[in-house]
Design a protein around this ligand. Structure first.
Ligand code: SAH
Ligand code: SF4
Length: 351
């Protein structure tokens, strides 16, 4: 029996972020997985990811959808979105994520209100929204339509670093991102945030502070993933300080599980850019959520937030079968037809 690992402060976090001891890292992963299974048994919940539009008003210096890039822009029709949602329903996904670039027009808002309320009424799926920053009024309208979870990565909790990753204008303010997270919470959403791991300039200290930030904000869901340098973006020329974004990401899932306990933690597709078994490794190191892409295959090549994105030639049926086989290989199974809402959210509502 190994001694139980306790992650209760920044010192503990930094120790594990820096350690190179294979045995200690392995113990960390095993304990994080044991805690995940205490909450969820061997179940992994699926959220079908509908990348409904790649139109974006922002110009984040790292992203393949940034405004200045000349890519074929698309927005899915209501029918295409409902079709993807129906696939989720028919295959027992329980939840879906509606994601896009940032589009702050009234037309887009009312389109989304219509789509979300239709999905809620017709299919009763739980919906996560990942649409970037919006006004509190708009967020309230989407909540009233039936959106219940919102994912908005803070990207880094270090404001100085955030400034280096974004253009210096009032469309890209750290404070606005933070306020949006606070607004989401006061409206009553299950709130998810997260960061990119292995960013230029980022240090171990930043990553440890990010975990403290999540705790302080009392978040319900976590979506963290490795930064994948995109050659067509301005940030590409700046090489990250921290090496091995993939293994650092695994450590971050495990540390987040042991530190934050009962939040939902996603194993992002970006892991597979680094390792074919990336997502399985995350799911045995503390993560408990998968987000299979259900965007129509012909559009996937235009939603390249980062290069070498996996699954872009695949159909939603193929992704479903592939992920189920991957789960079997690690003795886990899909939480079929269940919402798999954040346990943390309900606990915090009761307080
Ligand atoms: N527009 C919304 C949602 C889509 S972008 C938003 O920005 O919140 C979703 C996430 O993709 C971002 O939060 C960011 O963390 C991630 N991302 C962008 N560029 C990336 C890159 N080069 N490597 C890895 N992740 C990236
Ligand atoms: Fe737009 Fe989101 Fe990409 Fe920033 S990260 S450019 S907001 S899609």
């Amino acid at each position: 029996m190994t001694k139980e690992i306790c992650i209760s402060n920044k010192k503990d976090i930094l120790y594990f972020l820096k350690t190179k001891s294979k045995k200690r890292i392995q113990n960390l992963f095993v304990e994080a997985n044991t805690l995940s299974e205490k909450y969820r048994k061997n179940k992994v919940h699926f959220r079908g990811l509908i990348e409904f539009s790649n139109v974006c008003e922002k110009n984040c210096l790292y992203c393949g959808l940034r405004r200045d890039l000349e890519i074929d822009r698309y927005t899915m029709t209501k029918e295409e979105i409902l079709n993807a949602a129906k696939f989720c329903l028919d295959n027992g996904y329980g939840s879906l994520v509606i994601q896009s670039g940032e589009i702050n027009t009234q037309k887009n808002l009312y389109f989304l209100v219509d789509v979300i309320s239709t999905i809620k009424k017709e299919y009763n799926l739980q919906m996560t929204l990942s649409l970037g920053e919006m006004s509190k009024t708009s967020l309230q309208k989407l909540f009233d339509a039936g959106g219940r979870r919102y994912l908005l990565r803070i990207e880094t909790s270090n404001e100085k670093l955030y400034k280096k990753l974004h253009p210096n204008d009032d469309k890209h303010l750290f404070q606005n991102r933070l306020n949006t997270l606070k607004n989401l919470k006061s409206i009553g959403y299950q709130v998810g945030t997260g960061i990119m791991i292995g960013l230029p300039y980022q240090t171990y200290n930043d990553l440890a502070n990010d975990l403290l930030f999540f705790k302080e904000l009392n978040i319900d869901m976590l979506g963290m993933g490795p930064y994948v340098p995109h050659p067509k973006t301005p940030l590409y020329k700046i090489k990250p300080k921290l090496k091995d974004a993939f293994n650092l990401s695994l450590k971050m899932y495990a540390l987040a599980r042991l530190f934050l306990k009962d939040v939902n933690i996603a194993a992002p597709t970006a892991l597979q850019v680094f390792d074919k078994k990336g997502r399985e490794k995350a799911l045995t190191s503390g993560a408990n959520i998968l987000m299979p892409i259900v965007t129509p295959t012909n559009l996937r090549k235009n939603y390249l937030i980062y290069p070498d994105k996996p699954c872009i030639e695949d159909t939603k049926e193929k992704c479903f079968n592939c992920l189920n086989a991957r789960l079997r290989s690690i003795n886990k199974e899909m939480g079929k037809n269940e919402f798999g809402d954040s346990i943390h959210y309900f606990k915090r509502q009761k307080k």
